[in-house]
Design a protein around this ligand. Structure first.
Ligand SMILES: Cc1cc2nc3c(=O)[nH]c(=O)nc-3n(C[C@H](O)[C@H](O)[C@H](O)COP(=O)(O)OP(=O)(O)OC[C@H]3O[C@@H](n4cnc5c(N)ncnc54)[C@H](O)[C@@H]3O)c2cc1C
Length: 339
C-alpha cells in the first residue's frame, strides 16, 4: 500500500480543477482496498472514492484520503441460449466495457456507449442516455460495507434506482464502495432501441436500414462526439443539472406564460428539459470569468479557460439555479457530486 501526500487531482477530475488531496492511494486488489481502509480508519481520515472523476466537482482541496479504485477484470456466465451475466470490476472503464460486450455481440448496453467514467460508478446515478439506463440490464453489484468491511450484494430493488439516482447517492452515500457490477445481457434477439434522440437520423446518414447493436453504438458515438464537449479538450462533467420533474398544476401555470415549453409526461409529474430552461434565461454560451455554459448545450458547464477553480464553477451553477428559479419558479438540482 502506497499512500502519497499532497497529491494533485488536476488530472483526476474531468473539470480539470487544480486541487489536491492530503493523501492519495491507488488500489488494485480487494486486499489493498481493505488495507487502505483499515489505515484510514486507524488515522480517522475522511475518505473519498474516485473512479474516472467525470461526475465530481472539487470546490476545495480534499483534507483526507482519496482512494482511486483500479480493480480490473471481466467475467461471464452464460445463463441459457438467450442471456449471459457479465461482471466487471469497479475500475474497468465504462466505454471499454460496453465495447467488450459489443465485440461479443452481447446486447443491452449499446445506447450507453461513450459515457465517461468507470463501471463501479455506473450504479451510483443509474447512468442513462438515449432511452436506456443501467437499471434496464443491471443484475446486481457487490459492495464493501465501510463500517463492517464485509461484502454485501445489492440487487436491483435494493439499489432503489431512479432518474440519475440510487441508494448510493442518497442514504447509502459514503456507506458503501461498489467493487463490481453484474449485467444481464442478451445473446440473441437483441432489443434495438432507436426511437430516442437523433439515433434514427444518424443511422440513415450511415446508410443502415436494419441496425445491429453495433450500429446503434456507432450512431450514439457519432451523435455524442458531435454535440458534447470532449473533457480532454475542455473541462466539463457532462450535464451539470438534472431535468426537473414538476407537478402538473405547476407545469400548467408555467405553460400559460411560456406556451412553447417542451415537456414529457413522467408518471404523475411533468419533466422539463433543464437545458431549455437555462437557454431561455440567456445562459447558453455565456462566459463569466473562467467558466461558461457550453455554446451547443446549455446544460453543460465548462472550464472555459482551463484555469477555473471549483468554487467559480459552483458559483456559476448557483447563478443559473437562481435565474431559472426567478424566471420559471422551477428549482434545478445539480447532477454532479459536489465535494
Ligand atoms: C462529457 C460527459 C458526458 C457525460 N454523459 C453522461 C450521460 O450521458 N449519462 C450519464 O448518466 N452520465 C453522464 N456523464 C456523467 C459521468 O460520466 C457518469 O456519472 C459516470 O458514471 C461517472 O463515473 P466516474 O467513474 O467518472 O465517477 P467519479 O466522478 O469518479 O465519481 C462520482 C461519484 O461517485 C463516487 N464513487 C466513485 N466510485 C465509486 C464506487 N466504486 N463506489 C461508490 N462510490 C463511488 C465518488 O466519490 C463521487 O461522489 C457524463 C460526463 C461527461 C464528462
Amino acid at each position: 500500500m502506497t499512500i502519497l501526500e499532497n497529491f494533485s487531482l488536476k488530472n483526476h477530475n474531468t473539470f480539470g480543477v487544480d486541487v489536491s488531496a492530503k493523501y492519495f492511494a491507488e488500489v488494485s486488489s480487494f486486499e489493498e482496498l481493505r488495507e487502505t481502509l483499515n489505515y484510514s480508519k486507524s488515522q480517522a481520515l475522511p475518505t473519498l472514492f474516485l473512479g474516472g472523476g467525470s461526475n465530481i466537482l472539487f470546490t476545495k482541496d480534499y483534507e483526507g484520503l482519496v482512494i482511486q479504485l483500479n480493480l480490473k477484470g471481466i467475467s461471464e456466465e452464460v445463463l441459457n441460449e438467450e442471456e449471459v451475466l457479465v461482471t466487471a470490476k469497479a475500475g474497468e472503464n465504462w466505454h471499454e466495457f460496453v465495447q467488450y460486450c459489443l465485440a461479443k455481440n452481447y446486447g443491452g448496453l449499446e445506447n450507453l456507449s461513450l459515457i465517461p467514467g468507470n463501471v463501479g460508478t455506473s450504479p451510483m446515478q443509474n447512468i442513462g442516455a438515449y432511452g436506456t439506463e443501467i437499471k434496464d440490464t443491471f443484475d446486481s453489484c457487490q459492495v464493501l460495507n465501510l463500517e463492517t468491511l464485509e461484502m454485501e450484494e445489492f440487487d436491483r430493488e435494493k439499489c432503489r434506482f431512479g432518474y440519475r439516482d440510487s441508494i448510493f447517492k442518497q442514504e447509502g452515500r459514503g456507506k458503501y464502495v461498489i467493487v463490481e457490477v453484474t449485467f444481464k445481457l442478451t445473446i440473441k434477439d437483441h432489443v434495438i432501441k432507436t426511437e430516442y434522440g437523433a439515433i434514427q437520423n444518424e443511422l440513415k446518414k450511415m446508410g443502415v436500414q436494419n441496425p445491429t447493436i453495433q450500429d446503434v453504438s456507432k450512431a450514439v458515438i457519432h451523435i455524442r462526439q458531435s454535440k458534447l464537449p470532449d473533457p480532454k479538450v475542455i473541462g466539463n462533467a457532462g450535464s451539470f443539472f438534472k431535468n426537473p420533474s414538476i407537478p402538473l398544476s405547476q407545469f400548467l401555470e408555467v405553460q400559460k406564460q411560456h406556451p412553447e415549453i417542451p415537456h414529457y409526461p413522467n408518471g404523475d409529474l411533468v419533466k422539463v428539459p433543464a437545458g431549455w430552461l437555462i437557454e431561455q434565461c440567456g445562459w447558453k454560451g455565456r462566459q463569466i470569468g473562467n467558466v461558461a455554459s457550453h455554446e451547443l448545450q446549455a446544460l453543460v458547464i465548462v472550464n472555459k479557460t482551463g484555469s477555473a477553480t471549483g468554487k467559480e464553477i459552483f458559483d456559476f451553477s448557483a447563478m443559473i439555479i437562481d435565474s431559472v428559479k426567478e424566471k420559471f419558479g422551477i428549482e434545478l438540482e445539480r447532477e454532479v457530486n459536489i465535494i
